[in-house]
Design a protein around this ligand. Structure first.
Ligand SMILES: Cc1cc2nc3c(=O)[nH]c(=O)nc-3n(C[C@H](O)[C@H](O)[C@H](O)COP(=O)(O)OP(=O)(O)OC[C@H]3O[C@@H](n4cnc5c(N)ncnc54)[C@H](O)[C@@H]3O)c2cc1C
Length: 398
């Protein structure tokens, strides 16, 4: 088989899932991750529908994921005094299987570390492609040769920048920033969450790890700010500017934020590209088709993308040209459908005016009694299932 030696940039969801399948088909994956160790943190991610579940089953990790599921049920919108004023059903958020992103990354890492070379604390700096492979330069390590390079390095993909061009060409800011971190479950939430919405802001807290702790989340509407993504001090100052004196638990959560070890801050955005592959380089997961962190589709879409990309490479006996064309063909409509789920959610989550925020709070109050109450969950499931997964043969005997 051709092109066995594959570098993957990014060790979160798409990267390790791709390594699993590449190894399964006889390729030799190496993963480089910029963080010094596996990144914990983040809020819960969802899998919904048979496509997602069947891939997890085929990977052999479904039982582990089920054991680590959050079990979080319905979520309440509260008023400034913390009194629930509206309740939203669990399936709107959680899909069939909800798991903390950090737990998912850990399970994927444990399942692949036995056959994947993981290089932490490094990042690709250059890609020089020729007819036979790619010479890859690194921030710390010596240059190495690979047959193929796959970017699984998220919304702000470094691989995409190096191989396709600057981020501004591909990332569409959806007008919202979000922050998430672990905190004490001081409200004693029992497998549930509380959210408090005001004009242009939403603060929330959800129980995690079976109530032993909680996740705090802040969302605020803003045009793109051009922040340095590594400047945590600036990010936390910005949150304080938006949420100090905002009501409910905002001030207490802002205090807790300064002690959080897993503070995560990012813009909410989508990646739109005409092509996810160029020469010997391909993108997978958020790097290629991020549907936005508010779509509830990012991890499932990354999982499907990894399955299809590896499967097409195996089916083409490692011929990247044929495989990359088929990958784009098979995934195009599916990724577009998942991205549609992300459109509009941002505006709904943090409406700009007080009038719109109060209208939405009232609508949520009535929602359990309205005929279309399960419509959003039904559309999400249909979208997640809208792909026929090929049964790729295990062509290679190692
Ligand atoms: C710490 C963290 C917290 C998150 N929290 C949430 C959340 O609360 N809710 C939500 O919906 N989504 C969250 N996400 C995003 C979510 O994981 C993805 O949308 C989805 O799972 C698709 O995964 P991905 O592997 O394609 O991208 P990501 O999960 O974004 O992973 C990209 C990986 O690439 C690494 N990376 C970045 N740059 C480089 C580089 N130059 N070299 C090497 N590696 C690099 C990152 O450190 C990361 O490990 C989070 C991601 C991370 C990394």
């Amino acid at each position: 088989m051709k092109n066995r030696n594959v570098l993957i940039s990014g060790a979160s969801v798409a990267g390790p899932a791709l390594a699993h399948w590449l190894h399964h088909y006889g390729f030799d994956p190496v993963i480089v991750e910029r963080a010094p160790a596996l990144r914990d943190g983040g809020y819960a991610v969802d899998f919904r529908g048979e496509a997602h579940l069947s891939i997890l089953r085929r990977m052999g990790i479904l039982p582990e994921l089920e054991a680590a599921r959050t079990g979080v049920g319905s979520m309440s919108y509260v008023n400034s005094a913390g009194k629930p004023v509206a309740k939203l059903p669990a399936d709107l958020f959680a899909g069939d299987l909800e798991i903390l992103r950090g737990d998912l990354a850990r399970i994927l890492y444990d399942a692949t570390k036995g056959f994947t070379e993981y290089v932490f604390g490094d990042s690709v700096t250059s890609l020089a492609e020729d007819d036979h492979g790619v010479t890859v330069g690194f921030e710390r390590g010596a240059p190495r040769r690979f047959d193929l390079v796959i970017g699984a390095d998220g919304l702000h993909s470094n691989t995409r920048r190096l191989a396709f061009g600057p981020e501004e060409q591909f990332v569409r800011h959806l007008g919202v920033y979000c922050a998430i971190f672990t905190t004490a479950n001081h409200l004693g939430l029992d497998h549930t969450g509380h959210a408090y919405r005001t004009a242009g802001r939403l603060a929330a807290m959800y129980s995690a790890r079976h109530n032993a702790e909680a996740k705090a989340a802040f969302y605020f509407g803003s045009p793109e700010l051009g922040l340095d993504r590594r400047d945590v001090v600036r990010q936390q100052a910005l949150l304080a500017e938006h949420f100090t004196g905002n009501g409910w638990e905002s001030d207490r959560l802002l205090d807790a934020m300064r002690y959080a070890s897993d503070f995560y801050f990012d813009s909410v955005g989508q990646v739109r590209m005409d092509a996810w592959t160029r020469g010997r380089v391909a993108l997978v997961g958020d790097a290629a088709y991020c549907p936005s962190s508010l779509s509830g589709m990012g991890s499932g879409l990354a999982l499907v993308g990894a399955y299809v990309l590896a499967g097409e490479l195996a089916a083409a006996d490692g011929d990247h040209r044929a495989a990359f064309d088929r990958y784009q063909e098979r995934m195009g409509a599916y990724a577009a459908g998942c991205q549609k789920m992300g459109d509009g959610v941002a505006r709904l989550m943090v409406p700009g005016s007080r009038l719109a925020a109060s209208f939405l709070n009232r609508y949520y109050k009535l929602m359990p009694y309205l005929p279309g109450k399960n419509m959003a969950a039904r559309i999400a499931r249909r979208t997640a299932e809208n792909i026929t997964l090929p049964d790729y043969p295990s062509l290679v005997v190692r």
